[in-house]
Design a protein around this ligand. Sequence first.
Ligand code: SF4
Length: 364
Amino acid sequence: MSETRHNWTKEEILEIYNKPFMELLYEAATVHRLHHDPNVVQVSTLLSIKTGGCSEDCGYCPQAARYHTDIEGNDLMSVQQVKAQALRAKSTGSSRVCMGAAWRNVKDGEEFDQVLEMVRTINKLDMEVCCTLGMVTENQAKRLAEAGLYAYNHNLDSSEEYYKEVISTRGYQDRLDTIDNVRKTNVTVCSGGIIGMGESIEDRAGMLVALSTLNPQPESTPINALVAVEGTPLEDQKPVSIWDMVRMVATTRIVMPETQVRLSAGRTQMTREGQAMCFFAGANSIFAGDKLLTTPNPDVNEDMEMFAVLGMKPQKPFTKKVQPKTVEAAESQFEALGEKPKWTRPEHIIERNEAAKAKAKTLK
Ligand code: SF4
């Protein structure tokens, strides 16, 4: 079995990415088969539990309050609403619910307590629970773990260099520190990024260096193709070609052999044949449901039809790791510390972000 390495260099990764296509595909498929059942795909449902109104300036995101997009903002959902959605997701083959809140970072208080209750509720439905809530402190990560959280998502987005061309309101190190805080618990790490934001192939390799040299490597890595939303700074980016997507998936599979590589945003732009090529290249997870936070996604029935065509089946929950135990709020060992961590705000000027913000002002 090929070993998991934590010392990949950018040059080595570039060499893999740029191999002749068929060789790359064959090598990735070989690594994939050594570590995973090639006919099993993990299915996650992404649920936006709090939408829009975000203070950050991520250039790809329609939820940033400073840009003018036509998404509908929502306050935090109730625990009952989340439970109903989770049951629906379970009935259509999802093993995991990933709850996303458009927050810069988690703040102790009523809303976080409500999220902890959502985690407890979904874990008791025997589904894997993942959250993506922004930056978290060690104490907050421990409280999530105690509630029964299975995974925490915090994407690196791109290489450290290109990240600065997309986001100015927080730093790359904050992302790594959040992953580090999650690693102090038993919660698994989900971290990946987006291609098609105007980055170079070197930046893609740079992101894979950052992810693959984490020790342990993330248990899951979403590879998103940018969905260019009108009103965001990246609205004019051209769609990612399927060839780039397959190369990125295959390279991720080779440098992170144990990781579940997830096809995430941008699947609506791919044909079934294109997605099949991604599965052959080592993708073994998808997001299901007709929406990915705020952008469109294939219908769940279409996905199940695709699975039938390909002879694939959804992965059962807790296949890779045992189900965490849920500790009720009344028995918690951890209390809200009300910390005020100093997450950075580099605030450098990104011209296209400024232009999108200025345009939004004229439209409001
Ligand atoms: S990606 Fe997350 S942090 Fe960035 S603007 Fe969107 S919701 Fe906010």
